[in-house]
Design a protein around this ligand. Structure first.
Ligand SMILES: [Zn+2]
Ligand SMILES: [Zn+2]
Length: 363
C-alpha cells in the first residue's frame, strides 16, 4: 500500500472537503520548513496528501485503489478507464524526488512474493440514538433505518455479472502485478506493484454491473436492530460490526451508536443511583406515616420516615435504582434516594393551632 494520506492529515476517511482544508492549513503552518520546528519531509508529505485529498476525483481514486493514476480512471470504477500505455504514477514529485517508501516497499515485495488483491473497506458510520430513562432501565431493541451504501443486489457486491465470467487481465497477463523500472537519483529500481487494471486479482470481468456502475454498492436504506442492554449509560457507544457503509467484497464498515438519554422530569440519575424529590406534609414527617412513592419501573414503594430522621438528608431506598452489572455477570440495582420537600399549611384552624401549641410545649 502507499501512504495513508488520511493519517498524514490526521483526519477520518469521511472527512469533508472543509475538514481536509482545515487540517492541511494547520499542519502546513506547523511544519513549514522556514519555521522553527519545521520539518521539510513532513511538509512535503502533507502537501502530497492535500493534493490528492482536496481533489475530488483523485480522492475517490485513492479511496478505491490506495493510489492515484494519471490518464484515465475518473469514474472510480475498478474495471474502466485505465489506458495501459503511457500510464504513470503521479503521487511522486517526479524523478528528482522519488517516493522512497514506495521504492522500498517494492523491493520487499519482490522477496515477499505475489501481492494480495486489495479491497477498500466501507466507511464507519456513527448515529445518535436518543432514548428515555425508562428505556435505559429496561433495555430495548432499537430499530434504525440507515441511509448509507448497501451491497448492490444485482451483482451481490461483486461489481460485475458473475454469469458472464472473468477473463485474464491483459495489462498484467493475469499475474496480478506489474513490474516497472524506476530511474532515480540513486540508480534504477525494479518495482512491483499491484496491477491497477485488475487490482491484483489477475482477472477482469467480461460484463461490469450496470446497476451499481461496477462499484458493488448502491445508496440505500439499511435496517439495523441495536440491542441496548438494561442500565445503558448516557454517552455509551455501542459498536455493531459490519453494519456501516458497504465496501468492496465482504468489507463493510462498522456502525457506532451513541446512546443519549433524555433528561427525566422526575428522576435524576448518577451512575446506577436515582434521585427524586417528594412533597410531604409536616405531620407525615412527625407521625412517621406511610408514604408512597413511585419508582422508575412504575413500582409503588412504601416508606415511612424513621423517627429522628434529618429531613435535610436524603432517604436511601436500597435496590430501587438502575440496573448494574456485577463483577460475576450478575445484575443488581443501584439505590434510590429521596429528598423531602416539607409542605407547611398556608393557614390553620384555631383547633389545629391549639394542638400545635400543646405540641410545642411538649417538644
Ligand atoms: Zn452491481
Ligand atoms: Zn491485471
Amino acid at each position: 500500500m502507499s501512504k495513508d494520506y488520511y493519517k498524514i492529515l490526521g483526519i477520518s476517511r469521511n472527512a469533508s472537503e472543509e475538514d481536509v482544508k482545515k487540517a492541511y492549513r494547520k499542519l502546513a503552518h506547523q511544519f513549514h520548513p522556514d519555521k522553527a520546528g519545521g520539518n521539510e519531509s513532513r511538509f512535503k508529505e502533507i502537501n502530497e496528501a492535500y493534493q490528492i485529498l482536496s481533489h475530488k476525483e483523485k480522492r475517490s481514486q485513492y479511496d478505491r485503489f490506495g493510489q492515484v493514476f494519471d490518464g484515465g480512471a475518473t469514474q472510480g470504477s475498478p474495471w474502466s478507464g485505465f489506458g495501459g500505455e503511457g500510464m504513470h504514477w503521479n503521487v511522486n514529485f517526479g524523478e528528482d524526488f522519488p517516493d522512497f517508501s514506495d521504492i522500498f516497499e517494492g523491493i520487499f515485495e519482490q522477496f515477499g512474493g505475489r501481492r494480495r488483491p486489495t479491497y477498500t473497506r466501507g466507511s464507519d458510520v456513527e448515529v445518535v440514538v436518543q432514548i428515555i430513562l425508562e428505556e435505559a432501565f429496561r433495555g430495548l431493541k432499537h430499530k434504525l433505518n440507515l441511509q448509507t451504501f448497501i451491497i448492490c443486489k444485482t451483482c451481490g457486491g461483486l461489481g460485475y455479472e458473475k454469469s458472464h465470467g472473468l477473463k485474464g487481465c491483459a495489462m498484467c497477463q493475469g499475474r496480478g502485478e506489474i513490474r516497472e523500472q524506476r530511474r532515480t537519483f540513486f540508480g534504477n529500481f525494479s518495482q512491483v506493484r499491484a496491477c491497477p487494471q485488475c487490482r491484483g486479482h489477475g482477472q477482469v470481468p467480461n460484463k461490469p454491473c450496470n446497476n451499481c456502475g461496477s462499484k458493488g454498492k448502491v445508496s440505500g436504506m439499511r435496517e439495523v436492530i441495536i440491542n441496548i442492554a438494561p442500565g445503558v449509560e448516557d454517552g455509551q457507544i455501542i459498536k455493531i460490526v459490519g453494519m456501516g457503509e458497504a465496501g468492496e467484497g465482504d468489507s463493510s464498515g462498522d456502525l457506532y451508536a451513541v446512546i443519549k438519554i433524555k433528561t427525566h422530569p422526575i428522576f435524576e440519575r448518577k451512575k446506577s443511583d436515582l434521585f427524586a424529590t417528594k412533597d410531604i406534609r409536616i405531620t407525615e414527617a412527625l407521625l412517621g406515616k406511610k408514604i408512597e412513592i413511585q419508582g422508575i419501573d412504575k413500582e409503588i414503594i412504601q416508606i415511612s420516615i424513621p423517627s429522628g430522621f434529618n429531613l435535610r438528608e436524603k432517604l436511601k431506598i436500597t435496590g430501587y435504582g438502575m440496573p448494574k452489572l456485577g463483577i460475576f455477570g450478575n445484575t443488581s440495582r443501584g439505590d434510590f434516594y429521596i429528598a423531602f420537600n416539607v409542605k407547611v399549611p398556608k393557614s390553620i384552624s384555631s383547633k389545629a393551632k391549639k394542638i400545635l401549641e400543646d405540641l410545642d410545649k411538649e417538644l
